[in-house]
Write a protein that binds this ligand. Structure first.
Ligand code: AOF
Ligand code: ZN
Length: 354
């Protein structure tokens, strides 16, 4: 006998096929089961397009399975929607197709839905089971859940540090902490997030491109703090490889690929996060400098820290790396609280050419 959990696992697997193409929407998967036979499968494939349930039921209809619907169960990793968004409500679709039972992974935190889909189904006499593999389904869409529950993007802090807890001050030293493999990993991370953020000094001194070049997939939006508009437009982050938003206290304007967003208190983390919420940016990877990273830590506003270390390298006059807790954080260690810390030791990773 196949369990509800196993069908839900399949929904999660299907949902993941939407990785990178549905944000800021959630990834969602659905299967329609008759007896022990799967008669339809679907997932949310593209932002703005059909939801998982529509594709799942659509496949079953196409395969001539419609007469089995009244004895079938629909499994879906997120509560079916109840609102008219870019597409009509999935709960209506289920009711119209007379599917008598729906098993749901987790409730949708989006305020237009948030239990209304479940209520609608129940009111129409559909048997509804909720929270099957709930934790897995929430984790699948951790960015979406953080965005709607906390009204801010999911925040990943990233930096590289030496054995003695220093961030490199010169780019030559930085190259020694990281290597081609960790660089590729960082580009994969960039491809997975909606945006990358850096502070003024980092933009000015390092002149980073802040693009994803070593991993297939999309370019995140580049976010830069530049209160007084000190950054010259000759910097690489003004190139056409990706979009850039400059948070500043002087002007609001839109140019090709560059948007100036006026935000008087951009240097305070909550003000910046609120702006990102308004801009519908549901995740951010903060890549420096030390001061900006430390201000996120001090505000307690972060979800993950990903720290690249090189346990064979010490730098004498570097910049002290951010401190997650009141202790030196070299090597691997677990960070208290429900946040996640990853230490990636680049000296253990062998070199491969890209
Ligand atoms: C579902 N099934 O596969 C997804 C859902 O703008 P729209 O119309 O695409 O609606 C987006 C919202 O719908 C999104 O914020 C989330 O609450 C829900 N996503 N719902 O029933 C799906 N992707
Ligand atoms: Zn829907």
């Amino acid at each position: 006998m196949i369990t509800d959990e196993q069908y839900m696992q399949r929904c999660i697997e299907l949902a993941r096929k939407g990785t990178g193409s549905v944000a800021p929407n959630p990834m969602v998967g659905a299967v329609l089961v008759h007896g022990s036979e799967i008669i339809g499968e679907g997932w949310h494939q593209q932002y703005g397009e059909a939801h998982a349930e529509v594709n799942c039921i659509g496949e079953a209809v196409q395969n001539g399975q419609t007469d089995k619907f009244q004895q079938s169960t629909l499994y879906v990793s997120l509560e079916p929607c109840a609102h008219f968004g870019k597409t009509p409500p999935c709960s209506d679709l289920i009711i119209n197709h007379k599917i008598p039972k729906v098993v749901i992974g987790c409730r949708d935190p989006f305020k237009e839905v948030d239990g209304k889909g479940i209520e609608k189904l129940k009111a129409a006499g559909v048997v509804v089971i909720v929270d099957v593999l709930k934790d897995e389904c929430i984790d699948l869409n951790k960015r979406f859940f953080t965005f709607h529950r906390q009204q801010r993007p999911y925040i990943i802090l990233k930096w590289a540090q030496t054995k003695n807890g220093m961030m490199a001050s010169k780019s030559s030293e930085r190259l020694l902490i990281s290597n081609e493999m960790t660089n590729r990993l960082v580009h994969q991370w960039r491809s997975e997030e909606a945006s990358i953020l850096v502070g003024t000094n980092t933009a000015l001194l390092d002149d980073p491109q802040l693009t994803n070049r070593y991993w297939p997939g999309k370019q995140p939006v580049r976010l830069v703090l530049d209160k007084q508009l000190r950054l010259p437009n000759t910097l690489k982050l003004f190139n056409d490889e990706a979009k850039t938003i400059i948070f500043n206290s002087i002007k609001n304007s839109e140019e090709v690929n560059v948007r100036y967003y006026q935000l008087p208190n951009a240097e305070t983390v909550p003000a910046l996060l609120n702006a990102l919420y308004q801009l519908n940016i549901n995740s951010v990877i903060v890549e420096g400098g030390a001061q900006l990273l430390q201000s996120f830590i001090a505000a307690g506003l972060w979800d993950e820290a990903r720290i690249i270390t090189n346990d064979q390298l010490t730098v004498d006059n570097g910049l002290t790396a951010p401190q997650l807790i009141n202790s030196v954080q070299t090597g691997e260690q677990l960070i208290g609280s429900d946040r996640i810390g990853y230490f990636i030791n680049s000296s253990f990773i062998t070199h491969h050419s890209l």
